[in-house]
Structure formats: C-alpha cells, structure tokens
Write a protein that binds this ligand. Structure first.
Ligand code: AMP
Ligand code: MG
Length: 342
C-alpha cells in the first residue's frame, strides 16, 4: 500500500511537501487534496509519468487531464496571456474550482490532452495542492484519485480504497470542502462554453461571462468524439445499483427495492423525506442519509455517501431527485451519471 503522510491542511509542513514534490519528479504518483476532490498527480510535462496515471486509474487515453498550477502567473507562463472571458474568469475565480480549456501549449504532451489541440488548466484553492504545485515548479496533471468511472474521493481513505497500491504516496489533508469537481469552461471559441458543471456556480460564471453557453447537459457516448472528452455517461458510480426517483415516489421505491430482499439505502434531502424517515417504524435507521437542502452543502457530502454505501455493502441506493434549476446543475449531472447503466 502507498505511504500516507498526514499534512496540516491549514499550514502544510514544507518538508512533507518537498518530499512529495521530489516523489513527483522521480515519476511517482502522488494523491493530494484539492478543495474539490482528491487528485492523483504526476508531472504534467512528462509523458512517461502521465501515462502511468492513465494506467493506475484504468482511464481511457481519450480522456484528457487537468493541469494544476500554483498561480495565474504560472498558468500564463504555460498558456500565454489570457484575454477576454478567460482572463475575467481566472482573475475572479482562481485559486478556485474553475478549469479553463485553453489552446494547448507546445510543451504539453499529447497524452495529457488526449491528442487535442486544447489543454485544461486550473489553479486549485487548497493550501496543500497549491504548496505542491509551487514546490514542483511545473504543472501537475491530476485527474480525480479513483478508479475510472468510480466515485471521486473526498478523503484519503477513499483514495486508498479505490486505488490502493496503484498510488505511491498519499498526502492526507482531511476531507475536501467542496466535494464536487471543478467547473470546466472552454474559452478557446467565440463564446465561453460550460463543458462540465461543477463547484463554481453557474450564476457566478454568468456574472463574469454573460454570454456563457451551457453544453454540459449533453451526454455523449464513451467512444464518440465529444465536446468535452471524458464526460463518459456512467461515472461517479458506486458498486451499489443507483436509482434516482421523484420525491413523491421515494417511500414506494424504497419499499419495492427492500421487498426483494435486497439491502437498500436511501439518500434524501427534502422535509417530506425527513418526516417519512422519522415516521418509519420498522427497519434500521442507519440506512437513510439525510443531506442538506442547499446544493453546496449537498454536493460537499454526496460522494462520502456514495463511498459509505459501498463500504457498508448495500445492494441498492435510492436517491431522492434534487430540484430543477441551475443551482443544482452540477449535482444533477453527477446523480444522473451515478445512476447510468454500465
Ligand atoms: P477529471 O480529471 O476526471 O475530473 O476530468 C477532467 C475533466 O476535464 C473532464 O471532464 C474532461 O472532459 C475535461 N477536460 C480536460 N481537458 C480538456 C480539453 N482539452 N478539452 C475539453 N475538456 C477537457
Ligand atoms: Mg474523475
């Protein structure tokens, strides 16, 4: 199993960060926390290192990686000066959960961009991720630190459970705060395009880029050429079978699934679900996960629930559908794909 170093997320110990940066330089795969989810890092400009990442995750080579850098200045050192919507978004939201798709810099290996002429870049807000990028002094390519199509990790434990010995070193900085991946915005065209909804709210993105086009809901097959490669239909999926049901159908769906003798958990958020859960007279209570009715707080705990459902061996998870509307866009996207057929 990998070495695990506990790092203070508020004030990362420099000797530990330097050790991790050295490991990256030598070709190791290092998992580290960002404010969204844990990433599995490799030197982003080294094709041989990056290929190890794809292998460790079982990630198809058609899914490009995000390059993590320590500052806007580092991003511009790689990509050249940003302009227009890209410059506005970066100035306002970096460090933070925003990934910009930019024209590929010549020194970025094709493996990173899955052969595309564009590259994805982000400045993460987590002190450990920032310190690591700063210590390495070059971009860190880092997809989420989970096996391909699995649930993204929000704790070091999730990383160990999903990837185990495929990782060389884990920086354990505790649970991540946002819990849903970054928002991916392509700024290479005439209009900025939201390719993946994420932890940066659509409302905030629109404030900064009023002509933002939302293409995120389009789901495309794993083999087709697609606007945002890597948006495989099934993703973020636990082993348990997942169904997303309308709030009015929650009780009946739970009863139906349990009636088949299966172990069923419920993930819900509404007041009605809370009342139903409180009024239940039979069966254990610990199979009901009540999440927040705020999309940010819901998103922060969703993956922990999905991991826990698997750790406790449930056969099935019934999820109460979340509201329509843009504030819930990223959560709905993750739920839809967690429930997609393999
Ligand atoms: P992950 O690292 O698993 O969180 O996924 C990375 C995300 O970034 C995926 O949704 C990719 O589609 C997206 N991405 C990375 N590079 C590019 C690119 N060059 N063009 C479009 N999307 C990209
Ligand atoms: Mg991922």
């Amino acid at each position: 199993m990998p070495r695990v170093l506990r790092v203070d997320p508020a004030d990362p110990e420099l000797d530990l960060i330097r050790e991790a940066a050295d490991a990256l330089r030598h070709g190791s795969l290092v998992a580290f926390p960002t404010e969204t989810v844990y990433g599995l890092g490799a030197c982003g400009l080294r094709e041989d290192h990056v290929l190890r990442l794809f292998e460790a995750k079982g990630r198809p080579p058609t899914h490009p990686l995000i390059l993590h850098v320590a500052s806007l200045a580092e991003a511009e050192r790689l990509a050249g000066p940003l302009s227009g919507a890209g410059a506005r978004l970066a100035a306002a939201l970096w460090p933070g959960p925003l990934t910009l798709v930019l024209p590929r810099a010549p020194q970025v290996p094709r493996a990173v961009t899955a052969g595309l002429d564009t590259m994805a870049v982000r400045v993460p807000a987590h002190p450990i991720a920032l310190a690591l990028a700063l210590a390495l002094g070059e971009p860190i390519a880092a997809p989420s630190a989970n096996a391909h199509t699995g649930v993204s990790p929000t704790t070091a434990e999730h990383v160990l459970r999903s990837l185990g010995p495929a990782v060389d070193l884990v920086l354990d900085g505790g649970a991540t705060s946002k819990g849903i991946e970054s928002s991916v915005v392509d700024v290479t065209g005439a209009r900025p395009v939201l390719l993946r909804p994420g932890s940066a709210s659509v409302a905030r993105l629109r404030e900064l880029a009023p002509d933002l086009e939302i293409r995120a809901a389009s789901s495309v097959s794993d083999t087709a050429s697609r606007p945002s490669p890597g948006m495989a239909e099934r993703h973020y999926a636990p082993r348990a079978r997942v169904q997303v049901v309308a709030p009015a159908d929650l009780a009946a769906s739970f009863a139906g699934a349990s009636g088949e003798g299966r172990r069923v958990a419920v993930c819900a958020w509404s007041d009605a679900a809370r009342s139903w859960a409180a009024a239940r007279t039979s069966g254990p209570d610990d199979c009901i996960y009540m999440l927040s009715s705020s999309p940010e707080a819901y998103g922060a705990s969703l993956y922990a629930v999905l991991h826990d459902v698997d750790a406790r061996g449930y056969d099935e998870l019934v999820i109460e559908a979340v509201p329509d509307g843009e504030p819930w866009l990223a959560v709905r996207d993750r739920l839809r794909r967690a429930a997609a057929e393999a």
